[in-house]
Design a protein around this ligand. Structure first.
Ligand SMILES: Cc1cc2nc3c(=O)[nH]c(=O)nc-3n(C[C@H](O)[C@H](O)[C@H](O)COP(=O)(O)OP(=O)(O)OC[C@H]3O[C@@H](n4cnc5c(N)ncnc54)[C@H](O)[C@@H]3O)c2cc1C
Length: 318
């Protein structure tokens, strides 16, 4: 084995793909499989939310945008280009990362829900995460990669297993590294039958921990949500689900009485900055790739490409 990757969320799978497609022998070891990770709970639209550092982050996001736009043109990836709005009851500046989106424009007054005064309309890649994660896993395995479901109890136990280890453990990095800078930001969402929504919608005005958003995915719509800092509970809470549906229905009355199909909870791996750097590990090299907050789907290709390039060039491979 050339490389052991810890974690099978969007960051671990994408890193595994970049390394395996470059010809390296790669195993992913993950405590839980892709369909049970935080990644599966994401909305998931491209953007730089709750993540840093700003400049390196923007560069990873640019690479991610290019990669996701290409995947949107391929059938079966779970990624497509979608249009939608970010709206506010107060004047809303465009976020700096929105400048990468060619179709960005202010919302027409007629496009704003009642009571809202400003907003931005744009088109960006959106992933249906269960399908996208299946696609990534299959692509990794097609490139010769192996995925094993097993927890890594300590980084020290990996000495001698592979010359390079890449740590994509998400919020698990808090205990595994250990890195107290990693804090979970719990996000709960509701999956409902889609009553006809075609565009996504995000409103960041709500008082924390609330945020209101809707992401249509064909026959279903993902309704959110929460940003609960420091909360570790992965069980969906009925009272939160009820409030999410009520908030979304107040914006789009088509959602009143909607059929609920399921609930998802994810723990965003929040950190002041993504940790992407290497350090020695008992004669091997340990790369860290965690702390992607609310933007892991968007940054995964950029971070994976940077690590793969460094490993292939032999930089930091001991
Ligand atoms: C509700 C919600 C909405 C979101 N919306 C968006 C969005 O619109 N756009 C966007 O870009 N991002 C979004 N995000 C953020 C995004 O989902 C995360 O940044 C991303 O999923 C993090 O991926 P990851 O691979 O680092 O971690 P995870 O998906 O958490 O995967 C971590 C993996 O590491 C494994 N692991 C951990 N510890 C160990 C260990 N000790 N041993 C072995 N394996 C271990 C786990 O089992 C798992 O397989 C959202 C998140 C949530 C919760």
């Amino acid at each position: 084995m050339d490389v052991l990757v810890i974690g099978a969320g969007v960051c671990g799978l994408t890193t595994g793909i970049c390394l395996a497609e470059a010809g390296l022998s790669v195993t992913i070891r993950a405590a839980v499989p892709p369909e049970r990770t935080t990644s599966v709970a994401a909305g998931a639209v491209w953007g730089m939310v709750r993540v840093g550092p700003p400049e390196r982050g923007l560069s990873w996001a640019r690479t991610g945008l290019e990669a996701l736009c290409k995947l949107a043109a391929e059938p079966g990836t779970g990624v497509r280009m979608a249009s939608g709005r970010e709206v506010s009851r107060t004047p809303l500046e465009a976020y700096h990362w929105m400048e990468l989106l060619p179709g960005l424009r202010p919302c027409e007054p007629s496009e704003l829900p009642e009571g809202f005064t400003s907003g931005w309309h744009y088109t960006a890649p959106v992933a249906t995460m269960p399908v996208y994660l299946d696609y990534l896993r299959a692509r990794f395995e097609r490139a010769g990669g192996t995925l094993e479901v097993a927890a890594v109890r300590s980084l020290a136990e990996l000495a001698g297993v592979a010359p390079v280890v890449v740590n994509c453990s998400g919020v698990g990095a808090r205990d595994l590294v250990p890195d107290p800078a990693v804090v979970p930001v719990r996000g709960q969402v509701v999956i409902a039958a889609n009553p006809g929504l075609e565009e996504f919608y995000v409103n960041r005005d709500e008082e924390p921990p609330w945020i209101t958003y809707m992401f249509p995915h064909g026959d279903t719509v993902l309704l959110g949500g929460t940003n609960e800092e420091g909360a570790w509970d992965e069980e969906p809470k009925p009272d939160i689900a009820e409030r999410i549906v009520a908030q979304c229905s107040a914006i789009d009355p088509r959602l009143r009485g909607v059929t609920i199909l399921g609930h998802r909870v994810g723990l965003r791996p929040s950190r002041p900055e993504v940790r992407l750097e290497s350090e020695p590990l008992d004669g091997a090299v340990l790369w860290h790739n965690y702390g992607h907050g609310g933007a892991g789907v968007s940054l995964a290709w950029g971070c994976a490409a940077e690590i793969a390039a460094a490993i292939l060039e032999g930089a930091g491979t001991g």
